[in-house]
Design a protein. Structure first.
Length: 206
C-alpha cells in the first residue's frame, strides 16, 4: 500500500476517537471555551457536527434528587462563582464586574440574569438613578460560607509561596476568622472521617 494511502487510512481510523473526544470536551467545557477549542478539530468534521455541537449544553441536574446537584444548577459555573466573589467584595455595577473579571458582556449578562432568576441577586436602581446595581439577597448571603470554604481550600492546596492572598477578618474585632470547618453539636471541630451520611425523608421519592 502506498505510504500516502496508508496515512489516509490511519487518519480515518482515528476519526471516531477524535470525534468522541471532541464531544466529551464539548460536554465539559463552558460555551465560551468551545469557540477556541473547536478550531483544533479535524477540518472534515466542522460542517458535519458544528450545528449539533453548538446546541450541546451542560447537562442539567434538575432531575437529580440531590442538594449538591441542585446547588450546582445555580452556582456551579466558574464565572458565576467569580461574580459572587466580587459581589461579596462590594462590586455592584455591570461595568465593575466586567472590568474586574475581563468577561464578555453577553456571558456576564447571562450569568447575572441567572442569579437574579434564582433569587441570589437583586437588580436595583442606584441611588443616583443612572445605573442598575446587582445586590446580594439573603439567599445570596447564605452562600458566604461556601465561598469562604473554597477560598480556604485554595489557600491550603493552591498556595502562593508568599502567603494568603486575602485575609478575612471579623468586622467588630479586626481579628482573622478561623478556617472554615465542620462543627459538631458540642462545638468540636469534626474531620472528614468523623462524618457520615444517612438517608433523609426526601429520599423516599427515589
Amino acid at each position: 500500500v502506498p505510504a500516502s494511502q496508508a496515512g489516509c487510512r490511519e487518519f480515518e481510523s482515528r476519526l471516531p476517537l477524535q470525534f468522541e473526544a471532541m464531544l466529551i470536551r464539548r460536554a465539559l467545557l463552558p460555551d465560551e471555551t468551545w469557540a477556541i477549542s473547536s478550531i483544533m478539530q479535524p477540518i472534515g468534521y466542522h460542517g458535519a457536527v458544528s450545528a449539533r455541537a453548538n446546541r450541546m449544553k451542560y447537562k442539567s441536574f434538575d432531575h437529580m434528587n440531590c442538594s449538591l446537584a441542585q446547588t450546582l444548577e445555580v452556582i456551579g459555573e466558574r464565572w458565576t462563582l467569580l461574580i459572587l466573589r466580587d459581589a461579596f467584595f462590594g462590586v455592584k455595577r455591570f461595568g465593575q464586574f466586567q472590568s474586574s473579571l475581563g468577561i464578555a458582556r453577553n456571558i456576564l449578562t447571562s450569568r447575572l440574569n441567572r442569579l437574579i432568576e434564582e433569587g441570589v441577586l437583586e437588580k436595583r436602581s442606584s441611588e443616583e438613578g443612572a445605573h442598575f446595581e446587582y445586590v446580594l439577597t439573603e439567599k445570596g448571603l447564605d452562600l458566604q460560607p461556601v465561598l469562604l470554604s473554597m477560598t480556604h481550600w485554595g489557600d491550603k492546596h493552591k498556595r502562593d509561596p508568599r502567603g494568603d492572598r486575602v485575609v478575612f477578618i471579623e468586622r467588630a474585632t479586626g481579628k482573622p476568622i478561623r478556617r472554615m470547618s465542620v462543627i459538631g453539636q458540642d462545638g468540636r471541630v469534626l474531620h472528614a472521617r468523623d462524618i457520615k451520611a444517612r438517608p433523609g425523608p426526601a429520599l423516599d421519592s427515589l
